[in-house]
Structure formats: C-alpha cells, structure tokens
Design a binder for this molecule. Structure first.
Ligand SMILES: [Zn+2]
Length: 475
C-alpha cells in the first residue's frame, strides 16, 4: 500500500477504522540499550532528530540499522575540552577536534580556549558566530573568570555560557584567583546558580618552586612533578572547596589527579556541600615517572601522580564508588613539533585525549573495573546533568536529542598515532591494547561518523546555550 507521508514523521490514517501509524526516520534495532538502570534489548526509533520511542516492539522506519551484538548508548558529553580555535589552530581547530570527537563517540562538548578567552558577552557572540559552520558535534562554550571582570558573570550566564572556568594559579596566560577574588566570585555565582570549573593549584607554592628550579638550571622532565607538586593541588582544592561550601557555590574540581586531593573534596562534602569532582584518563592510566623519558609529551598539569598500579587502581575505584563524579578529557593537544619546540619550560602544557577517552572507559568495563552503565553515567549522563544539558543530552529518553552511539565491546585494537584524528597526531596511550570502541555515531539522528571516519561536513554541530540563556531555542 502506498503511504502518503506528512513531514518527517509520517502520521497517516488507514482503513475505515481510524488508526494512526507512525513511520520513524530511523530505527536502530536489536542492540542492547545501556542506561543507568542496566542493559536491555530494545529498538530505538528516531523522529525529527529526537528519540521517538525505545521499545521491544518493531516499528516502521524509513531507514533501519541492525545493531545486533552492539551496545547502544547516548552520545558522550565531554565537558572539558580545548580546541584552540580561535587562538592557536596549528595545535587544534574546531573542524579537526570535533571530527575526532564524532569518530570517538562524543556528540557534545563544552569548549574553552585559554589563548582566546571569553570574558564578555561580546566575546561570546563573536566566538559563537565564528564557530557556526566549524563543528561536527554540538557544543557549549565556557567563559573564563577574570579577577577584574567578576561583574560580567551574570551577563555571560544569560547570554548562554555553560560554566565559568577559574584558575587559582596563573597558567596558560590566564590570571589566577587568590582566595579573596574567589570569595567574591563564589558570592556572585552562587546567587546566579552558575557552576564554576576550578583548576586547583596554589600559586604561592608553584611560583616559589618555579623560581627555585629555574635558579638551579633544571630543564628536564623531572621539573614537572616538583614544580606542579601534590601539595600545591591539595592546598588549592582545600581552600576552593571550603569557600564554595561556605558560599553554597556550585563547584567542579577540575582534573582531580590523585586520592589525597579527593579526600579533601570528600571532607568538603561532609560539611554539606555538593562538590563535583572530575578526573581524566591520564590520571587513570599514566605514571608520574613517564615524564622523565617522555619529557614534554607528558607535560600537563596537574601532572600524572601514580607511582604504582595500586595507585591507578585506587583512582579507578574512586570512579566506581562515585567519589569522582565524572570524566572529561581535558583535551589540550599540541603537535610533536610544538612539544619539541624548546626545553621543558617552553613546551605547551596538555595532552590530546578526545580520540581515546571513551575507548579507555570501555576497556575498563571489559576489565571489570566499571560496568558499561558506569561509562554512560560518568562520561554522558552526569556531565549533562551537572551542566544543565540533561535530558536533552546524556540520555535516550523519548524527546531527548537522538545523539546515539553504537559500541562494539569486542573490538580489539592497539592505539597508534595513526588512529589520532586530532591535529596532535600522537597519543600518550600509543601502544596500548584496548577492547571496545564506538563504531557509529549519530547526532540528532544524523550519522556523523562510521568506523572511525567522519561522515559529515563541519557545521552539522550546533551551539548549545547553557541553562541560564534567556534566548533558549526550543528544548
Ligand atoms: Zn583544561
């Protein structure tokens, strides 16, 4: 029977007894749908870019993909990435970084770039306009808190930023907040309800160490753990979380690197605050001593702290027991050329990560450190909830954006520099064998990557206004 269709979701009336039949745009059938409640075999149907139905029944769809043997997850939400665009597109740019995200199973990012910080609503407007045709995935933008711009926070929130990024130490050219500045900032952000992602390293400690190490003429990789030491991180986590607690500010501790920093977060929580703690794969995979051999290729801050497998195990267990609330990449790539451009002091901080983070988590699930449900929780649902993007992102509920990834949990591969689509072109995980990877990525129902290959042009990804935006599009 010929079917006449109206718009995308064909709703038609057939027969003399009126029946309504829905024809979906896309059906993903036979896969195991992963949510925080567990895994269940169901078919997922998409209509107008949103999840239309998740059902054990079969429905009509214009296009069907057989997902038998695959896990079906909401697209990952990476809330801490740096695409350096505009600023330093030779290190990364939006078209490249976001295509790496798409191929890896990340459908939403929240981006901020230290070299071209968003400090005013004009900066935000300009960046948003510049990026309108440069992304393969949906993107929110964070603003940089600046000690003498604290009164801009409310305007930025209403203009659609996702969070404020704050440094407690002057890093990457961004001025650090001392405790007095931080107090003023939290006074504002708690009144408005805007979350702050705080990079915690104590300025007085790092500055004094830097002076000493430079005076001693040290230029090797061994500089990094001495300069950016544990005490600096723990002290800054303590003061920032206590101030956030006292001011009832919404605070995320950026890239918690080791259990002692996490203990301080848990102490602040014991006082009644809800402090979120992010960590990244580098603190779950890399050892402190690697910087001695790999020099600038392990220069990032806070640095890797693990001295034994037991230290890494302790961090994984903190993720599993939810003391760490979520995962981000802190993707901050440089090419080999950038990393080798001078001594350890001159080299840029940062690692590429967006290509491999989901795969690292899937591998951890394969090893039994986490469940696949935890992968969805820590790298999709929780970040979406913290930053006000849930349930549009981070879920496969009817009405959610149809950001869907298909994961092959049995795909065995060894990370190689050739797998890295980011401009970095290398990975600190090269040589590591992993089990599991995303094989198809859909953004609002559109296939944006298949078998690690981007399928669309940049521009398919849209700006996602934060929850404070006064001009929010339909949600
Ligand atoms: Zn960062």
């Amino acid at each position: 029977m010929a079917r006449k269709q109206s718009h995308n979701t064909g709703t038609h009336r057939l027969g003399f007894r009126e029946r309504v039949i829905t024809v979906f745009d896309l059906g993903i059938e036979g896969g195991a749908i992963v949510s925080l409640q567990g895994r269940r075999y169901a078919n997922l149907y998409v209509s107008n870019g949103r999840v239309g139905a998740v059902t054990p029944e079969r429905a009509d769809a214009r296009e069907v993909f057989d997902a038998s043997g695959l896990l079906v997850m909401p697209g990952m939400v990476d809330s801490h990435v740096h695409f350096m665009d505009p600023a330093d597109p030779t290190r990364e740019d939006f078209p490249t970084g976001s295509s790496a995200a798409a191929a890896a199973g990340v459908t939403t990012i929240v981006e901020h770039t230290h070299g071209s910080p968003v400090r005013t609503t004009d900066d935000l407007e300009e960046k948003r306009h510049y990026l309108r045709d440069r992304s393969h995935v949906d993107f929110g933008l964070a603003a940089h808190a600046w000690p003498d711009h604290i009164d801009h926070v409310e305007g930025l929130w209403k203009a659609g930023i996702t969070f404020m990024k704050v440094f407690t130490c002057t890093t990457h050219g961004v001025p650090g907040f001392n405790n007095s500045d931080l107090r003023k900032l939290f006074g504002q952000t708690s009144r408005i309800g805007i979350p702050c992602l705080v990079h915690c390293e104590d300025e007085t400690i790092t500055a004094a160490e830097e002076q000493t190490l430079r005076a001693e003429g040290m230029t090797g990789g061994g500089v990094i753990p001495l300069w950016r030491n544990r005490d600096a991180e723990v002290v800054a986590v303590a003061s920032a979380t206590l101030l956030a607690t006292r001011h009832r500010a919404r605070m995320v501790v950026a890239h918690v690197s080791h259990p002692a920093a996490l203990q301080v977060v848990e102490f602040a929580r014991s006082l009644g605050s809800q402090i979120y703690a992010e960590t990244c794969p580098q603190y779950l995979s890399l050892f402190e001593a690697e910087v001695l051999d790999h020099e600038a290729f392990r220069k990032f801050t806070p640095p890797a702290r693990a001295r034994s497998q037991a230290d890494l195990d302790e961090m994984w267990s903190a993720v599993h027991r939810r003391a760490i609330t979520h995962i981000s990449t802190d993707h901050a790539p440089s090419t080999a050329e950038h990393k080798q451009g001078g001594d350890i002091w001159d080299a840029p901080f940062g690692l590429p990560g967006i290509d491999t983070t989901l795969a690292v988590l899937l591998n951890a699930a394969h090893e039994g450190r986490l469940g696949y449900e935890d992968v969805v929780r820590i790298y999709s649902e929780t970040p979406a909830r913290i930053y006000g993007l849930f349930p549009r992102k981070g879920a496969l509920h009817p009405g959610s954006d149809a950001d869907v990834i298909l994961v092959d949990p049995t795909a065995e591969w060894t990370v190689g520099d050739g797998d890295i689509l980011s401009r970095a072109g290398w990975s600190p995980l090269s040589g590591k064998r992993l089990l599991g990877r995303a094989v198809r990525t859909y953004l609002r129902g559109e296939l944006i990557a298949a078998d690690r290959t981007p399928m669309t042009q940049p521009g398919v990804g849209q700006f996602l206004p934060g929850p404070g935006a006064s001009d929010k599009p339909d949600a």
